[in-house]
Each structure stands twice: as structure tokens, then as C-alpha cells.
Design a protein around this ligand. Structure first.
Ligand code: GDP
Ligand code: IMO
Ligand code: MG
Length: 423
């Protein structure tokens, strides 16, 4: 049995898609367990670029079974567009399965996401406005529509009508928006249902059997630890659990079925959306990293905020996720800097803090403590072996490993599948 969970160890966009695509070469199954099309996972392979939002990143491997599991929220329109895009590029989606229990993002969720963000004004979360939060709200409120309901011709229209009665009141009377038309939604979504029906089933016994049979299974996290609803920088978080612990509820397996917990980090820190960011660089170095690392959102195109590597954050990810190893992507964009800083701890009222604080109020009192290391000038994007990296890059990676208290297994030196160094 070999099951690996791959999660983002920072604020998302660490290169999870790239790493999953590489690992998927050997995997029988790749499973998405949480989040929705707020995720944007970029894969570069064979000179092509693929931007995946709902589709598991194993889809490029024709042998791999791809499961969109229980805990994911699905926008059917976006998923159908992704399926069509894959098929038009010669990639089969015959190996895709969608769990009956996954919840459906409805148009009123998207509308309410935008309206509630606007109502928050200057304290908005900076969501992707894809309807993620409102869809998970309905799920926990127990009024949500699941994939099994979407494909049920009798049940679906009534559920939309019942839900919309309440949602229209919220849209119109709470937020001052325009009410939505139930018949139009039913007609549009019933068409999507017809096209998606063949993929929908109970995926949990299939997954269980694959694991029992000793097949290699990969769980593909979306977002990152600091965007977790409980463990992250609440309320500037997403509405799901992008932790290794979230995988069990999100796919219907027990914790003893997980063998490896891999955290993906990048050689610096980024964040897209609002909220605190202790090591943020609001200067020309931050801008240089954004340009060199092409730090623009895969889903929304927003420029990502950039900053120095924060070992407090990744150590927190190691602790809250039982990480067994770290993949450190995007070392190459740091090339050319005279010196590179690493945040090793925070200073709070004169005290040195090594653990990530539980509240934003405490975090606001923290100042990063930096260690400065010499940078390197060489282009490292073609290097294949750790020993061939400039010694300054080796020292930087080794220091990160030491500070995060977790072994680094692989280093990313470029966006392509091939641009990887096994340490
Ligand atoms: P994900 O959401 O974690 O899958 O990450 P994204 O795809 O949103 O963002 C990561 C970006 O960095 C993508 O454009 C990747 O192609 C790219 N990338 C991944 N690894 C590396 C790397 O080691 N070096 C460089 N330069 N780019 C990388
Ligand atoms: P991947 O999988 C980075 C952020 C949004 C916002 C917050 C809440 O590509 O790493 P939401 O729309 O989820 O309610 O927005 O979460 N966010 C991400 N940031 N990468 C992602 O996914 C993200 N998914 C959501 O920017 O700050
Ligand atoms: Mg992304």
C-alpha cells in the first residue's frame, strides 16, 4: 500500500499541480478531496501548459484514475469546460469519476460570494468569487444540492426552487441585488446534469479497493495550510480543510490508510487575496520575485503578493499535518539577488516566538526575525543534481530544511516536469 497526500504548506500556489503531475506517472489514482475551482493548478509538460481548476492533475497520465471526491464543491459549467478543453487537446477524460456526495456550486452561490464581498468593503476576504464559501455554507446548513441531486431529474427542480426562495430574499433584501430566475437555472443545469451523469457514482468503495490492492494513490490538495478554515489566518481563509487531516473526510478513507504526507512549499512566500503576511516585500525585490516567478493567479489573474521564505509558517505546516517530507519548488526565481533573507522566528513584545500565532491580533504584534544568506547569480533552471547547484543555493536549501524540521525530498528549478532535482 502506498498512499501519498500532497498539500500546500503555505498560502496556496506552491506548485502542487506540477508535483502531482510528476508523481502521477507512477500513480493508479489521483484524488481531489476539497475546495473547488478556486484552485488553479498549472502543469507544463511536452511544451504545453494546462491550467486545471477541478480536474485532478493526474489527468495527463492516461493510465491514472482521477476522482473528484466527496469533499469537493463542483461548478458543473466549469467542469464541463475543463473536460471539453482536455478532450480538444487529445487528453481523454474517460478515467474521471465524480462522487455523488460532492456539493454543487449554483449560480446563486456565485452571486452571493460577490455580494457579500462587496458588503464587507475594506475588510473583504479577497475571495476568488467562485461561490466556494456560500456553497460550503449550504452544505453545513444542510440545504445544499449534491451531485446525486443534480442528476436526479425529479428531485433537482424542486430543490432549486426551495433554495432560491430563501436565496432571492437574501440577494434582494439583504444585499440589494437582483433576484434570480429558478426556471432558467433549472433548464441550464439540467443540461449540465445530462452531460455529467456518466461520471457520477459512489467513489468511496472504488478508492478503498485500490488502496487495499496496494495500488499507488495520490491525494491532491488544493489551497494551502494557512488558508484552512480552522488552522489558517481566519477569517482570511477558504471554507474547506486543505490539510492532510481533511483528506479522510473529503474522500471517505480512514487515517491509517495514509502512508506519506508531502508538503509543497516554494523558496519564498506568496499570498493572493487579503489578510496578514509577515514577510511581505512591498518593494523592488518583491516585484522582481513576482516577475521572475510569474506570480499571477492561475484562477483570477491577480498579482500575487510576494515575500521572503517564512520558516515559522512551514514549521507550522509540518506540525499540523505530520509532514514526512517537503518539496521545495521555485528556487530559480531567487537567482540574481545579492542576499536572501529567511524568517526564522517572530519577535513579539521583545519575546522570540517560534510557533505561528493562533489569532490575527497576536500575529499583528509579531515582527519577523531574519537571517541573511548570500545569493547566487547563475541560472539554475537546467541543473539536475543537488551537488551541481551553486553552493549558496545548496546552503539556502539546507538551512530551510533545518529550520522547518522536515527533510526536503525534491527541489523545483523551473515549471516543466523535467525541471526537478531529487535531493
Ligand atoms: P498550485 O496551485 O500549487 O498547483 O500552483 P500554481 O500552478 O497556481 O502556481 C505555481 C506556478 O509556478 C505555476 O505557474 C507553475 O508552472 C510554476 N512552477 C512550479 N514549480 C516551479 C519551479 O520550480 N520553478 C518555476 N519557475 N516555476 C514553477
Ligand atoms: P490553489 O489550489 C491561492 C484564497 C483566495 C482568498 C481566500 C478565500 O491554486 O493553491 P475562496 O474563493 O476560496 O473563498 O477565497 O483563499 N485562495 C487561494 N489562494 N491558491 C488557491 O488555490 C486558492 N484558493 C483560494 O485568494 O484569499
Ligand atoms: Mg494555484
Amino acid at each position: 500500500m502506498s498512499t501519498k497526500v500532497v498539500i500546500g504548506a503555505q498560502w496556496g500556489d506552491e506548485g502542487k499541480g506540477k508535483t502531482i503531475d510528476i508523481l502521477a506517472e507512477r500513480a493508479a489514482v489521483v484524488v481531489r478531496t476539497q475546495g473547488g475551482n478556486n484552485a488553479g493548478h498549472t502543469i507544463e509538460a511536452n511544451g504545453e501548459q494546462y491550467k486545471l481548476h477541478l480536474m485532478p492533475s493526474g489527468i495527463l497520465n492516461p493510465e491514472t484514475l482521477c476522482i473528484i471526491s466527496v469533499g469537493v464543491v463542483i461548478d458543473p459549467k466549469v467542469l464541463l469546460e475543463e473536460i471539453a478543453d482536455m478532450e480538444s487537446r487529445g487528453i481523454s477524460t474517460d478515467n474521471l469519476l465524480i462522487d455523488s456526495r460532492a456539493h454543487v456550486i449554483m449560480p446563486y452561490h456565485i452571486e452571493l460570494d460577490g455580494l457579500s464581498e462587496a458588503a464587507r468593503g475594506s475588510s473583504s476576504i479577497g475571495t476568488t468569487k467562485k461561490g466556494i464559501g456560500p456553497c460550503y455554507m449550504d452544505k453545513t446548513e444542510r440545504s445544499g444540492i449534491r451531485m446525486s441531486d443534480l442528476v436526479d431529474e425529479e428531485k433537482f427542480p424542486n430543490m432549486v426552487r426551495e433554495n432560491l426562495k430563501i436565496k432571492n430574499k437574501m440577494i434582494e433584501f439583504v444585499y440589494g441585488g437582483t433576484p434570480m430566475d429558478a426556471d432558467k437555472i433549472i433548464a441550464e443545469y439540467s443540461e449540465y446534469a445530462k452531460q455529467l451523469k456518466k461520471y457520477v457514482c459512489d467513489t468511496t468503495p472504488i478508492l478503498y479497493k485500490k488502496i487495499k490492492d496496494g495500488e499507488e494513490v495520490l491525494f491532491e490538495g488544493a489551497q494551502g495550510v494557512l488558508l484552512d478554515l480552522d488552522i489558517g489566518t481566519y477569517p482570511y481563509v477558504t471554507s474547506s480543510h486543505p490539510l492532510t487531516g481533511g483528506v479522510c473526510v473529503g474522500s471517505g478513507i480512514g487515517p491509517k490508510m495514509i502512508d506519506e504526507c508531502i508538503g509543497i512549499a516554494k523558496g519564498y512566500t506568496t499570498r493572493v487575496g487579503n489578510g496578514p503576511f509577515p514577510t511581505e516585500l512591498d518593494d523592488e525585490i518583491g516585484e522582481a520575485i513576482r516577475q521572475k516567478g510569474f506570480e499571477f493567479g492561475t484562477t483570477t489573474g491577480r498579482p500575487r503578493r510576494t515575500g521572503w521564505f517564512d520558516a515559522v509558517i512551514v514549521r507550522y505546516a509540518v506540525r499540523t499535518n505530520s509532514l514526512t517530507s517537503i518539496v521545495l519548488n521555485k528556487i530559480d526565481p531567487l537567482g540574481g539577488l545579492d542576499t536572501i533573507k529567511i524568517c526564522t522566528a517572530y519577535k513579539k513584545n521583545g519575546e522570540t516566538i517560534y510557533d505561528f500565532p493562533a489569532t490575527l491580533e497576536e500575529l499583528a504584534q509579531c515582527e519577523p526575525v531574519y537571517e541573511e544568506m548570500p545569493g547566487w547569480k547563475e541560472d539554475i533552471s537546467g541543473i539536475k543534481e543537488f551537488d551541481k547547484l551553486p553552493v549558496e543555493a545548496q546552503n539556502y536549501i539546507n538551512r530551510i530544511e533545518e529550520l522547518c524540521e522536515c527533510p526536503i525530498s525534491t527541489i523545483g528549478v523551473g515549471p516543466d516536469r523535467e525541471q526537478n532535482i531529487v535531493k
